[in-house]
Structures are given as C-alpha cells and as structure tokens.
Write a protein that binds this ligand. Structure first.
Ligand SMILES: Nc1nc2c(ncn2[C@@H]2O[C@H](COP(=O)(O)OP(=O)(O)O)[C@@H](O)[C@H]2O)c(=O)[nH]1
Ligand SMILES: [Mg+2]
Ligand SMILES: [Zn+2]
Length: 275
C-alpha cells in the first residue's frame, strides 16, 4: 500500500448482484479506467458499523453526555464477539465525572476486566488514556464504534489533528449532530495503521444470532469451568445451570446477566416474527 488515494467507481455488476462494497474492502482496480474490478474475499465483517477486514473494535462509550449506556455496550460486545474480533472498551468523557462517580465507573470496568477485556478510561478532551488506547493500534485496522456523540471523531482528531474531522454536540431532540459524522471512513494514521470513523447508531439489533449461541458471546458465561447439566441450557431456570450458580456466587455481575436475559427474549421475539 502506497497510501495514495485513487477515487474509483464500482463496476455496474456489483450493483446488479446486490453486492455491497464496504469500507475496509481490499479491491483490485483498473487504474486507467479508475474502476473497481474485483473485491477480495473478506477476513471478517461487521454489519453495524458496516466495515470489513478489521483487526480491532474500539467500543467507545461516554460516561456522561450522553449518559453511560451499558445495554448498548453489551449489545455491541455481543456482535463483536460474534464476528470474532478483538475489542477495547473505551469509556470516554471521564473529565465530566466527580471522584465518587469515577469510583462507580471503576467498579463497572472491573467487571469487564474480569471478563478479559481491555478497558481504558479516557478523555478525548484532556488526553487522558490516549496513549493507553493507541498502545495496540500499530499495523491494525482499528474501528471506532459507539452511539452518537460519545467522542469518536474527537478521539481520531486527537490522534491525527490534520484530519480535522467534524464533531459536535448531539441534539437531544433529533439525536443527531448537525456537524457530525455521516458516513464510515478509513484513515491512515501511520504506515500500515488505520482508524475508521463511523457515524453513531442508536439501535443495534441482534439479527442473525441464535438464542443457543448468545451466552457464548458473554465471555464470563462462555469461560465457566463446569458446563451446565443440559447442553441446550439457556440459563434461565433449568436445573443444574452453571451460569445461575456462578451468578448466585457473585461471579457473574447481575446487570450483565439481566442484559443476557433481555437479549435472549429479544432474539426469541425476532424468531417468532420470522415463522
Ligand atoms: N467533556 C468532554 N467532551 C467530549 C469528549 N470527547 C468528545 N467530547 C464532546 O462530545 C461531542 C461529540 O463528540 P464527537 O466526536 O462528535 O462524537 P461522535 O459522534 O462519537 O463522533 C463534541 O461536542 C465533543 O467536543 C471528552 O472526553 N470530554
Ligand atoms: Mg463522529
Ligand atoms: Zn445454564
């Protein structure tokens, strides 16, 4: 890769086939005609945000303005686990919190750290946590994902100020920023190191995830030393359930388990609608 940007059109046949070209796709081009001839097979892809061939997802959630949304974070983690990608959880806007509020956030971080996640407390405004966050960025495609207004573009601007990406407060009414990110875009930070800015999304559905596989995307449930009595256990009220046992012993956080139950119900609802 030379870092050169070559604007290209896609051949009509991509459209005919209903094939979506994605940010992150590796393509073969005809340089004279400036058209995309071929799309290479993808290593992986995410549906939301729509992007292909990624190495790492930065789940960027703010702790205030907009308020900490753990349901959103757990949803995002489920979809990223499903795609088999590395994740860094980054809790941004720490500068807006008082000390006792920060202590509460630390407790939440510990839950994720116990699951094996890398968690960074950060402020794109003051620079807190930036070096920790970018520690693992080298030679990777790093995708920032999260709701609108959590600071994704501000963060990327901090990493490469010359990009001058639009960022701005999110309207409480429309939930959209007037000068914020509208599309997914990939930027080169350094040779071989990329970041992808994405628009925020409010809704992240769990389409394509079967209820039997859901608990395998909650790391603390997937890594229990003993299996449940029934291999088909959905960890609700079945006898001999290792997940419920771990929950009672305090080894699984109640709020994570409750999100699991909510997602399970949602998946069942989606399945009912299908048939
Ligand atoms: N206080 C504070 N504000 C921040 C921080 N990071 C971003 N913001 C503000 O949050 C708003 C949304 O930021 P933006 O980068 O557009 O969010 P995006 O939608 O995730 O790209 C802007 O007004 C930023 O100035 C932070 O760490 N602390
Ligand atoms: Mg943005
Ligand atoms: Zn079980």
């Amino acid at each position: 890769m030379s870092g050169e940007v070559i604007p290209c059109r896609a051949r009509g046949r991509f459209k005919e086939k209903g094939f979506d070209l994605l940010v992150g796709d590796l393509v073969e081009i005809a340089p004279e005609e400036k058209v995309i001839e071929n799309v290479c097979p993808r290593r992986n892809r995410l549906l939301r945000p729509p992007v292909a061939n990624i190495d790492q997802v930065i789940a960027l959630i703010s702790v205030s303005k907009p308020p900490l949304d753990l349901v959103f974070l757990d949803r995002l983690l489920v979809t990223v686990e499903k795609a088999g990608l590395e994740t860094v959880i980054c809790l941004n806007k720490i500068d807006l919190l008082t000390v006792p509020e920060t202590d509460r956030i630390e407790e939440i971080c510990d839950v994720f750290r116990d699951c094996g996640y890398n968690v960074v407390l950060a402020s794109a405004l003051t620079g807190l946590g930036v070096s920790e966050l970018i520690f693992g960025f080298r030679n990777k495609v790093n995708v920032f994902a999260g709701p609108s207004g959590t600071g994704k573009s501000t963060f990327i601007n901090r990493l490469k100020p010359s990009l001058a990406l639009p960022s701005g407060p999110v309207s409480q009414k429309t939930k959209r920023g007037r000068h914020t990110t509208r599309h997914v875009e990939l930027f080169e930070l350094d040779e071989g190191t990329f970041v992808v800015d994405t628009p925020g999304f409010q809704r992240l559905n769990l389409e394509g995830i079967a209820k039997e596989e859901l608990s395998s995307y909650f790391r603390e449930m997937a890594s229990l030393p003993e299996p449940c009595r029934f291999s088909s256990c959905l960890h609700r009220a079945e006898p001999g359930c290792a997940v419920k046992e771990a929950l009672q012993k305090g080894k699984i956080a109640t709020w994570r388990y409750n999100h699991y139950l909510d997602f399970l119900e949602e998946i069942e609802e989606l399945e009912r609608k299908k048939y």
